[in-house]
Design a protein around this ligand. Structure first.
Ligand code: GLC
Length: 478
């Protein structure tokens, strides 16, 4: 059986700030269901819920070299829902609030990369593949070559790096090259870790991983261009031969309107039941209970990436329509503030909740009619897939994974599962919303057809897990 260790900074239900956490949970589950022994390791953060921490079993204590330092390493194991999870314990680095944003993140994730490699011999699990995710794990392919090449335990291990978001690269001053990474000057330069005079973790991963994937086919193409490339487009173009796009899936068991314990009424493709969910959502939100009014929703990190600038630009014009708007998420203060003020101006039409709340998120997906996702860029996007699963039609900008999953309704061909627009322009967004509202109010047969199409889509892991397996087998066989 092929053995794959997923290495990441997030994994639900233990620690999550975004879609990365969901994928690092759900992809290994999908692989395990297909006879791959896939396991996960993440840092043992302070914020991991106590119910999980108390079930962890301490497996081994060892030392982790961080350049000249010798740091404590603890390997903890947790069996959770038939899966094995590992946690790397070091209180100096991880016993803090939250996940990231500390002055010494460069040191923390250097430690993590080294510590994971040091912990492998104690896992009772010798991986064939190390599947790294995002910059936090970017040094692993390089460390494996530099520090472990002559150790038989490591010699056949291959590496895959998945880029979930090119925006975050892990850029730190060049001083850390020797002082933290323990690398000599020969690792500066283009084939090393250097990026405009700094050290770049993600770049090191791109150069040294055996294979690179990103989370949709369109994004794999986009990031080779100046516009989306975040200054790494040159290097990505150079290594395009080992890069491919594999679309994310979502866990169809967790997001299943037929069985979801969080939603008001379970349903499948029933507009009557869907409306019951809407009415209860309106009650809970203390919005006027009016089943005939379209409810628009957004469950999102409130950041520039997610297109908040477009929404805020047109929000008053939008709220002049007979609609209701519900927003759930946390993010940048300026966006929260603008949304808070808009909700105050339109108390009968708009509610905004600045928090993480999984049960409420499910209720919103189930109760809304339209889901807004006008992203500036979107490596894959999971929310539009969840929305489809609950029969909520996505309105998206045609970028990255949004372009690969949402087909804008085409009147000539009669096909579609949502609505989309091409340019990052607030009035194109507004116009597309109005187009959707027109179908909602005036062209019910078409609306109903789109509603049915949403349920026909299949964005579970079925096909993508198979693509990862093919990739692992090619790599392992070759
Ligand atoms: C990041 C990306 C998002 C993607 C997720 C999981 O959060 O921004 O588009 O769906 O990672 O890969």
């Amino acid at each position: 059986m092929l053995k794959v260790l997923f290495i990441a900074s997030e994994c639900t239900p233990f620690a999550k700030t975004g879609g990365l956490g969901d994928v690092v949970e759900s992809l290994p589950i999908a692989l395990r269901n297909r006879k791959i022994d896939a396991r996960v390791i993440i840092p043992k953060y302070e914020n991991i819920p106590a119910e999980f921490k108390k079930e962890m079993v301490h497996k081994k204590t060892f030392t982790v070299p961080v350049a000249w330092r010798q740091e404590y390493g603890g390997l903890e194991i947790l069996k959770h829902e038939d899966s094995t999870y590992y946690f790397l314990d070091n209180e100096k680095y991880f016993k803090r609030a939250g996940l990231y944003g500390y002055y010494d993140d460069g040191e923390r994730f250097t430690y993590f990369c080294r510590g994971v490699l040091e912990s492998l011999p104690y896992m009772d699990f010798q991986p064939d593949i190390l599947h790294c995710n995002d910059w936090h794990t970017g040094m692993i392919p390089l460390f494996l070559k530099v520090f472990y090449w002559n150790n038989p335990f490591y010699q056949n291990i291959k590496t895959v790096l998945t880029i979930h978001n090119l925006k975050f690269q892990g850029i730190f001053p060049m001083e850390i090259l020797g002082d933290l990474l323990g690398l000599d000057d020969s690792y500066r330069g283009d084939e090393g870790v250097e990026f405009f005079g700094n050290v770049n973790f993600l770049k090191a991963g791109i150069v040294h991983a055996d294979r690179i994937t990103t989370v949709s086919e369109s994004y794999a193409e986009e990031i080779k261009t100046d516009y989306y490339g975040e200054k790494l487009n040159g290097i990505l173009k150079k290594y395009e031969g080992k890069m491919q796009g594999i679309l994310n899936g979502i866990d169809y068991k967790k997001y299943n309107p037929e069985t979801d314990p969080y939603i008001y009424e379970n349903f499948r493709c029933s507009s009557v039941k869907k409306e019951q969910n809407k009415v209860k959502l309106q009650e809970d939100m203390r919005l006027p209970v009016r089943p005939e009014v379209p409810v628009l929703a957004m469950v999102s990190r409130l950041t520039r990436q997610k297109g908040l600038d477009l929404l805020i630009h047109i929000i008053d014009e939008l709220l002049n329509e007979d609609i209701q708007l519900i927003i759930l998420g946390t993010g940048e203060w300026k966006y929260e503030q603008a949304l808070r003020e808009a909700a105050e101006r339109h108390p009968q039409k708009m509610k905004a909740y600045f928090m993480f709340n999984e049960p409420l998120a499910h209720k919103i997906y189930a109760g809304a009619d339209l889901y807004l996702m006008p992203s500036l860029f979107e490596p894959c996007g999971l929310s539009q897939l969840i929305a489809l699963r609950y029969g909520t039609l996505p309105i998206v900008r045609e970028t990255g994974g949004l372009k690969d999953t949402i087909i804008s309704y085409n009147e000539q061909m009669g096909v579609g599962n949502g609505f989309s627009f091409a340019n990052f322009n607030a009035h194109d967004f507004l116009f597309t919303i109005k187009r959707a509202l027109d179908f909602y109010h005036n062209r019910k047969p078409i609306w109903n057809k789109l509603f049915k199409n949403a349920f026909k889509a299949n964005f579970s892991w079925t096909s993508s897990a198979q693509k990862y397996i093919k990739l692992y087998e090619d790599l392992y066989g070759g």
